[in-house]
Design a protein around this ligand. Structure first.
Ligand code: ADP
Ligand code: DP6
Ligand code: CO
Length: 337
């Protein structure tokens, strides 16, 4: 058995089923939100088990994410539909999903039909891998009636994409780095603070597929970036600061730490060889706009992931000023939507 298969089997010993890969209904469904990290994950200490070099904290965006249906088929290969388009089996998206599904097959000829719908652009730095793999694990849990809890679902989703570990929860979530090499203590859980005034604005600079996946990007950074050695320590420190800022509702501390954390992560990307620059000219223009607004006394910060789009962080009272500066951008209120 591979280490991944062993890991899956260990998690599924907690399952309500003795035959975990036998369908209990004709179709399973799952739905999960995307999440934006406030203190980020960028680098794995174990590529096979998707174990991160540091912990991370996120906020889920309700209303944006993935819905997935899955069923068993007798066929020579999986059938993958993305946004109602059938994908050829050689397509990178279909290959990644099938490789993940290899861990959940009852027999050699057991294949899946999956029909998945993303309400965010796919592979554009808007966390489609997070909602995608969380929704897929929820759909499998439904199809096979495993009845797993949030922590167990998070462990399985992590194997598909690290950030997916955090997409099983609404609101703020914390992904523990974990210490054990078996990977069973590296899962996310909800931070149960509700912050109704908390807003996120999406500045969509470009929604095309990014030139380099997060998986490949972070691997290149770990392998070639001399600045990277400073990252895990800063990231763990930032994570603690963000958790504290959430618990005390200290928005200034949260915003400052989140923005600094994102820019530090991007610094390691830029110092990678070959260089990884997800930014576009409009991304930098939007950053300057944020800094100008801050100089005018408006409390607004940004964070950015592996893509050119900015996520603005601000409190409800700043909504009019943000709308005036950025126009008709999408604003999400995670604790109200
Ligand atoms: P993103 O910033 O969108 O998370 P990534 O490079 O991390 O970009 O991941 C994109 C990949 O995630 C896709 O190429 C695909 O392999 C996977 N993915 C995206 N959406 C889904 C989905 N709905 N179901 C399964 N996998 C998905
Ligand atoms: C910049 O979770 O997409 O968004 O685990 O290889 O699938 P894989 O990578 P992924 O990386 C996310 C990187 C990030 C930061 C974050 O979400 O924490
Ligand atoms: Co991703």
């Amino acid at each position: 058995l591979s280490r991944q298969q062993l890991f899956v089997n260990q998690v599924l010993t907690q399952s309500a089923q003795t035959e975990p890969f036998e369908a209990k209904k004709t179709q399973g469904t799952g739905k999960a939100p995307v999440n934006i990290a406030l203190s980020k994950y960028w680098g794995k200490r174990d590529i096979e088990l998707n174990l991160p070099l540091n912990g991370s904290v996120s906020i889920s965006l309700p209303g944006l994410g993935t819905e997935t249906e899955i069923s068993l088929i007798e066929a020579a290969e999986d059938k993958v539909l993305l946004n109602n388009e059938p994908l050829p089996a050689e397509h990178a998206f279909a290959k990644r999903v099938s490789k993940f599904l290899d861990l959940f097959r009852g027999g050699d000829n057991q294949h899946f039909a999956i029909n998945t719908y993303n309400s965010v652009p796919t592979a554009a730095g808007l966390a489609s891998s997070a909602s995608g793999y969380a929704a897929l694990v929820l759909a499998l849990n439904d199809l096979f009636d495993w009845q797993l809890n949030g922590q167990q679902l998070s462990l399985l989703a992590r194997l598909g994409s690290g950030s997916a570990s955090r997409s099983l929860f609404n609101g703020f979530a914390l992904w523990h780095k974990g210490e054990n090499e078996n990977g069973l203590d590296s899962f996310a859980e909800a931070i149960d603070t509700k912050w109704p005034e908390f807003c996120i604005g999406l500045v969509e600079v470009d929604i095309k597929e990014k030139p380099l996946s997060s998986t490949q990007g972070m691997q290149n950074t770990v392998n070639t970036c001399d600045l990277y050695q400073a990252w895990p320590e800063q990231a763990n420190r930032d994570m603690q600061s963000i958790i504290e800022a959430i618990q005390t509702k200290d928005f200034a501390a949260l915003g400052k730490t989140a923005e600094h954390n994102a820019l530090s992560m991007h610094a390691t990307m830029i110092a990678t060889w070959p260089p990884i620059v997800y930014w576009q000219a409009e991304s930098v223009t939007a950053m300057h706009k944020v800094w100008q607004l801050r100089e005018q006394g408006i409390e607004i910060f940004f964070t950015m992931d592996a893509g050119p789009n900015l996520k603005l962080l601000f409190l409800e009272k700043q909504k009019p000023a943000i709308k005036q500066a950025f126009g008709d951008i999408r604003i999400i209120e995670p604790f109200k939507d």
